[in-house]
Design a protein around this ligand. Structure first.
Ligand code: TPP
Ligand code: MG
Length: 180
């Protein structure tokens, strides 16, 4: 995370004849957007797609799988009870990219998205396609992984979600086979 825009700039400088796209989530974008200024300065036809789902959705899924209840992975205001369950943060990364000098397209439908991607493909100036997607609370998430990832779960937690996740973790550890 944070590597995508500088990496795309590097590829563009090394192979100017190639179309170069950087695809980032909103959390990733927030780590290192300022390199856009270099692309603007050098007039590089960087194509940047930002997938805005207002949080660390993938890590939220992992967090849920290990009983941590997506803690801190949604970009929401802190609520009165101290949890991050308040209204979504009013973040507009399209406006941010525009402020750094990018041309920003804001597709709202699948058709718009096709047109925006086609536009960006032929653009000669740094172009951002800013896509608002569903958020974790409105979609069921990606299909479950077929592999097990050894992410240890707290052993002493008393939260029901963590206790359940720890039992699942122990089952996987027991079933694990070492091939080497
Ligand atoms: C430098 C760095 N820090 C942390 C991580 C762990 N990590 C992997 S995905 C992710 C969240 C990504 O959020 P976002 O870019 O918004 O994508 P989404 O999962 O929401 O699609 C994090 C924190 C990482 N890969 N790299
Ligand atoms: Mg995200």
């Amino acid at each position: 995370m944070g590597y995508e825009i500088p990496a795309a700039i590097g590829v563009l400088l090394a192979a100017p004849e190639r179309p170069v796209w950087a695809l980032v989530g909103d959390g990733t974008y927030l780590m290192n957007p300022t390199e856009i200024v270099t692309a603007v300065q050098e007039r590089l036809p960087l194509k940047l797609v930002i997938l805005q789902n207002h949080g660390y959705a993938s890590i939220g899924g992992l967090s849920e799988a290990v009983g941590a209840e997506r803690y801190g992975t949604d970009y929401r205001h802190r609520a009165d009870d101290g949890s991050f369950t308040g209204p979504p943060l009013p973040v507009d990364l399209g406006a941010n990219a525009a402020s750094l000098g990018m041309r920003v397209l804001r597709p709202r439908t699948v058709r718009d998205l096709r047109e925006a991607l086609a536009d960006a493909r032929t653009a000669t100036d740094p172009t951002c396609v800013y896509v608002e997607t569903e958020t974790a609370d409105s979609v069921s998430g990606p299909p479950p992984a077929q592999a097990w990832w050894d992410v240890p779960v707290a052993e002493t937690s008393t939260r029901p979600s963590a206790v359940e996740a720890r039992e699942e973790y122990d089952r996987h550890v027991t079933a694990r086979r070492r091939h080497l």
